[in-house]
Design a protein around this ligand. Structure first.
Ligand code: UD1
Ligand code: CA
Length: 473
């Protein structure tokens, strides 16, 4: 990828990273700071931090400013340090804020814009390798774009030797026609970088301190600058607008779907399969069109997820079937269970092995024991349901009295007739039966039959009388 030949074998050096994430991202026109916009699950900047983690970076410093507390909270699970940039005076100024924290660090510093989330490990490794092989003081990734609008352009001399980067707003018309752009991903020798950062002058048009300005400064001090040309510009797409966010998501989605298929998952319509970057799907599972798998979801082997399902932060065992139109949130479904069509599993639902949850059933914060069936039109909330239980159509656990939630316990092998209301707190003992249409307000002993409905009265001939009275002669 690099045009520069190696001078000698690479020198292993310590590696730290600085990720710039202090800007507001005005072009997003959002109340949410740009780097926190979700991209296939994690926030945009999370992808950069994951990359740093995979590269084995010793310390990762994230420069934050706009909505600093929100960014800090959102990134709390990443092993990073936060550095505050109170005023956003440009990318050089952002990196300068890390100087104190990196005092005495003699190694290499990977510096990445927080809005360039699609770089692959291979490209990052090429950057680091090139930097070390040519003993550069700075190495930057560039790429060629048919439409370079918005990016800093790479200026080279007639022999093709790197000269400097010119930002679009400062560029002349001929400079704007240059197709090679700065990706916003760099590797620097730390001590030389910080020395150079102090010499950067505010830009003519915007008055900002631009990070790429250190490059000519380093060259003047006889430092070597290397460039790595990314063959695939999609890897270095910078996100400034909603349109670019959508474009990045499209690229990421395709990568994920490709990885799934390589891992033995059938995606019947890859163009409409959405799986978050943090989710996993086991081999021989089949995803029908319009499936959306979000957050940290794990789907086992041999599962089938039919069209129009959304599954978030859930765990499915093996050979689970989810029929069309289900919403499954923060729940667990064990092996060989079948869900749907049109079922809604709300958070903390635990569906055990071989359970059937059928049409238009809503389950919330409940356990449904092995082999039990909840086949139609039912609400089960705050309940513990034992094994081999049958819950008839239209059964409702009345778990809320307007003030507090109460629990329903249905022990093993209970049969609940259709259209029963179980007014919690209530317990139905093992093997008991509840007659259809019952309103159950008291516990039912094991093996008992509970009737909780008004007695039926049949009036002989009465219907005929009414009909006659209403029909005009
Ligand atoms: C930057 C580069 C440009 C390059 C492009 C690649 C500069 C001056 N320009 O332009 O050459 O082609 O990225 O995508 O570096 N940030 C801070 N503090 C600041 C300013 C910015 O932390 O004071 C952060 C932003 O949050 C963002 C990143 O730095 O994550 C880049 O800033 P942005 O304003 O998007 O730079 P570009 O105009 O895209
Ligand atoms: Ca940008």
């Amino acid at each position: 990828m690099s045009s520069i030949k190696p001078a000698s074998p690479p020198v292993p050096r310590e590696l730290c990273a600085v990720v710039m994430a202090a800007g507001q991202g005005t072009r997003m026109r959002s109340d949410l700071v740009k780097v926190l916009h979700p991209l296939g699950g994690p926030p945009m900047v999370g992808h950069v931090l994951e990359l740093c983690r995979r590269l084995g970076v010793k310390r990762t410093l994230v420069v934050i400013g706009h909505q600093a507390e929100r960014v800090r909270d959102a990134l709390a699970t990443y092993p990073v340090e936060f550095i505050i940039q109170t005023e956003q005076r440009g990318t050089a100024h952002a990196v300068l804020q890390t100087e104190t924290a990196l005092q005495g660090f003699q190694g290499d510093l990977l510096v990445i814009n927080g809005d360039v989330p699609l770089m692959t490990d291979a490209l990052a490794e090429t950057l680091l390798r090139t930097h070390r092989e040519v003993r550069a003081q700075a190495t930057l990734i560039t790429t060629k774009l048919d439409d370079p609008t918005g990016y800093g352009r790479v200026l080279r001399d007639r022999r093709g030797v790197f000269k400097r980067i010119v930002e679009e707003v400062e560029a002349t018309a001929p400079q704007r026609r240059v197709k090679e752009i700065n990706a916003g991903i760099y590797c620097f020798s730390a001590p030389q970088l910080f020395a150079a950062l102090h010499k950067v002058h505010p830009s003519a048009v915007k008055g900002e301190l631009y990070l790429p300005e250190v490059l000519p400064i380093l060259m003047k001090a006889r430092g070597r600058i290397a460039t790595v040309l990314a063959d695939d510009p999609r890897e270095v797409l910078g996100i400034n607008t909603r349109a670019e966010l959508a474009e990045a998501y499209g690229i990421l989605r395709l990568r994920i779907v490709k990885r799934l298929m390589e891992g033995g998952v059938t995606c019947l319509d890859p163009a409409t399969t959405h799986v978050s970057a943090l989710s996993r799907v086991g081999r021989d599972s089949v995803l029908y069109p319009q499936v959306q798998i979000e957050g940290y979801t794990e789907i086992g082997e041999g599962c089938t997820v039919h069209a129009g399902c959304r599954i978030r932060d859930s765990r499915l065992g093996n050979r689970v079937t989810v029929l069309d139109g289900c919403v499954i949130l923060e729940s667990e479904i064990a092996d060989e269970a079948a869900i749907g069509p049109y079922a809604h599993l709300r958070p903390e639902s635990r569906i055990r092995r071989k359970v059937k949850v059928g049409n238009f059933v809503e389950i919330k914060k409940s356990v449904i024991g092995e082999g039990s069936k909840v086949p139609h039109l039912t609400y089960v909330g705050d309940a513990i349901v034992g094994e081999r239980v049958n819950i008839g159509a239209g059964t409702i656990t009345c778990n809320y009295d307007g003030f507090a939630k109460h629990q329903t316990v249905i022990e093993d092998e209970v049969f609940i007739g259709s259209n029963a209301s179980l007014v919690a707190p209530v317990r139905i003992g093992c093997g008991a039966m509840v007659a259809a249409g019952s309103t159950i307000t008291q516990d039912v002993a094991p093996d008992a039959l509970a009737f909780g409905r008004a007695q039926q009265v049949n009036k002989e001939g009465r219907a005929a009388v009414i009909r006659r009275a209403r029909t005009k002669p």
